[in-house]
Design a protein around this ligand. Structure first.
Ligand code: ATP
Ligand code: MG
Length: 585
């Protein structure tokens, strides 16, 4: 049996952690931290200025901001000074087109330089920037552009041709489309502007729009795990949350080589793929290619990545690929691994420790929170399976929100809704076009996350399930995560998803869907063995009554299990919004 706590040893703490284990945040935590931000010369606050120009004007000007990998073994380095100049050029392109502050700029780009220039230059020009998954098909792109009233789109020639040209007529509000990556001998696609030639003519200096902490900055669509994606609007003041969480939750130090492997279409890809590392002045690895276990291990090794931020879905894929592959590589520079997006099974935390030499640090946040809120910090002991403790400056609680609108704060051990005391710098300020829904997220001073969790006596938080995913069976409240984690303990199981299936006697019956690791085949014996294992570990009331093998479980493009889809398919109901589904069938 593995111990319930992983204590940190000297080999885990190769650099002094930014947040020492015993430290407590003082009453002026946020004010003190805010001193690290410069503010715009002459007043105001702009995320891109803080992320790039602050360094470009200081002693990190020549430090590498981005190392762009082209997927074929080549790479290109961009310094903070270059990133500042190039994003200024892009901002000048926008200004030259008459794009006013507040205009909505959508970005449909692969992970590459243009994505960074679009986000940073857009923010400098005061635009509200909305990055989209480049793997989206035309329909989800059109829906988001319409909902977000996008007036400018930055995309690549290939993506334009494949995905946008056909829907352009449906988007009358879209005034400008900037395309990059055209071959010199090609004509500019009809109705588009060639980014390269506009950039070449644009000036390298730019007077940043006078944005303030409460000016809108980014528009992020949620993952659509539980329904139609919602557009969450963020502000420039979020810079402080990104800075603080990059420093403490990711423990970024000045000489780190950092890799965030999330897609830019997902909030993690922007908050922690673009902004937080730049705010801390570190070097980011930017990989344009898709997931491939061997390639990813090679990146970690060859690029000497020291801090890696990833997601459970990627970790499960690496686990599935087998230990032997990992053991062909060495990771002497890697000193911190974090994960977000879904519950991280204890198995995965231990796999990190045993195979990569470091435990994986789970953390929790949402599109709505804009940044990490609950985390396992480097210096803190890990309880595998727990998402950690509230970050310094964050106040969390487990509450019961009663029908009459009052709140009851629940004691340690009790399951309730995870709530955060508002405000914090990166809190979302609206759900686009859904004012009432936004209001319903708050009760008094508290933001209600919609996730169920419990806190233990040591203050660690344990994820139970999304409000919508929790199963009510014979009077028990069953969190799918607990059941899935137990199934994952079995050596044959690569991934499990558990849903409630209506049943007259129990109310809901626990049904498990299981994908097997490479080398295992579904069989009646394995079916019974898995049910038996779950019953032994969980007891008959909580263990699944039904189990079905599937070659692959459905995920969102940000890698989350779509339990609602499994349930709808099981019940023969409409599948609902599937715009964020990976590999739609
Ligand atoms: P939608 O709101 O459209 O259904 P979504 O909630 O998946 O989609 P995101 O904002 O990308 O959209 O994801 C946030 C959610 O992801 C959290 O509310 C939580 O349910 C889940 N999550 C994130 N991190 C963790 C974690 N460390 N452990 C458990 N769940 C997590
Ligand atoms: Mg959500």
């Amino acid at each position: 049996m593995r111990p319930p706590i992983i204590e940190k040893t000297a080999s885990d703490l190769r650099l002094p952690p930014n947040w020492p284990a015993s430290e407590q945040p003082g009453p002026f935590f946020w004010t003190t931290e805010a001193a690290a931000l410069a503010g715009l010369p002459g007043g105001g606050l702009n995320l891109a200025y803080e992320a790039v120009d602050r360094h470009a004007r200081g002693d990190r000007a020549e430090h590498i901001a981005l190392r762009l990998l082209d997927g074929e073994g080549g790479s290109r380095d961009i310094s903070y000074a270059q990133l500042s100049a190039l994003s200024n050029r892009f901002a000048n392109v926008l200004r030259g087109l008459g794009v006013a502050p507040g205009a909505r700029l959508f970005i449909l780009c692969e992970r590459g330089l243009e994505l960074f220039l679009g986000v940073l230059g857009g923010l400098k020009n005061g635009c509200v920037v909305s990055p989209l998954f480049s793997a989206f098909g035309p329909e989800p792109i059109a829906t988001r552009l319409r909902l977000g009233e996008g007036s400018i789109l930055l995309t690549s020639e290939t993506l334009y041709r494949r995905k946008v040209a056909g829907i352009r007529a449906e988007l009358p509000a879209l005034r400008h489309v900037l395309v990059h990556g055209q071959r010199a001998d090609e004509r500019v696609a009809h109705g588009c502007l060639d980014l390269q030639s506009l950039m070449a003519q644009a000036d390298e200096t730019f007077s940043i729009a006078r944005t303030r902490a409460d000016s809108p900055s980014l528009l992020h669509f949620t993952s659509g795990t539980t329904g139609m994606p919602k557009g969450a609007l963020h502000v420039h003041g979020a810079a402080l949350t990104h800075y603080v969480t990059g420093k403490y939750a990711l423990d970024l130090h000045p000489e780190d080589i950092y890799w965030c492997s999330a897609d830019p279409g997902w909030v993690t890809g922007t908050s922690y793929g673009i902004l937080a590392p730049l705010l801390l002045g570190v070097t980011s690895i930017v990989d344009s290619a898709e997931f491939d276990a061997e390639r990813w291990y090679s990146i970690l090794e060859q690029q000497r990545v020291s801090v890696w931020y990833t997601a459970p879905t990627a970790i499960r894929l690496l686990m599935k690929a087998g230990v032997a592959l990992a053991q062909r590589h060495r990771f002497p520079d890697l000193r911190f691994i974090a994960s977000v997006g879904e519950p991280l099974n204890a198995e995965a935390v231990w796999w990190g420790k045993e195979v990569l030499g470091l435990p994986i640090h789970d953390n929790w946040w949402q599109t709505e929170t804009g940044g990490i809120m609950i985390a396992n910090l480097l210096a803190w002991p890990i309880k595998p399976g727990s998402m950690g403790k509230p970050l310094p400056g964050v106040e969390a609680a487990i509450i019961e929100h009663r029908e009459d609108g009052t709140l009851r704060f629940l004691a340690a051990g009790k399951v309730g809704e995870l709530a955060l005391k508002q405000p914090w710098p990166a809190m979302f300020r609206a759900y686009l076009g859904q004012e009432e829904r936004y209001r319903r997220c708050f009760a008094g001073n508290w933001y209600l996350s919609g996730d169920l969790a419990r806190r233990d006596a040591d203050g660690y938080y344990w994820f139970v399930g999304r409000g919508d995913d929790v199963i009510k069976s014979a009077g028990h409240l069953i969190g799918p995560f607990e059941v899935e984690s137990v199934l994952m303990e079995h050596p044959a199981v690569a991934e499990a998803a558990v849903v409630g299936k209506p049943e007259p006697l129990l109310g809901e019956l626990v049904k498990a869907f299981v994908a097997l690791k490479d080398g295992y085949q579904p069989s009646a014996a394995l079916h019974d063995e898995l049910l038996g294992h779950a019953r032994k570990r969980l007891g008959a009331a909580v263990a699944p009554k039904e189990l079905e093998f599937q070659a692959q479980l459905p995920h969102t493009r940000s890698g989350k299990l779509m339990r609602r889809l499994l349930k709808a398919r099981e019940l023969g109901l409409p599948e609902g919004d599937t715009s964020t589904l990976e590999n739609p069938r």
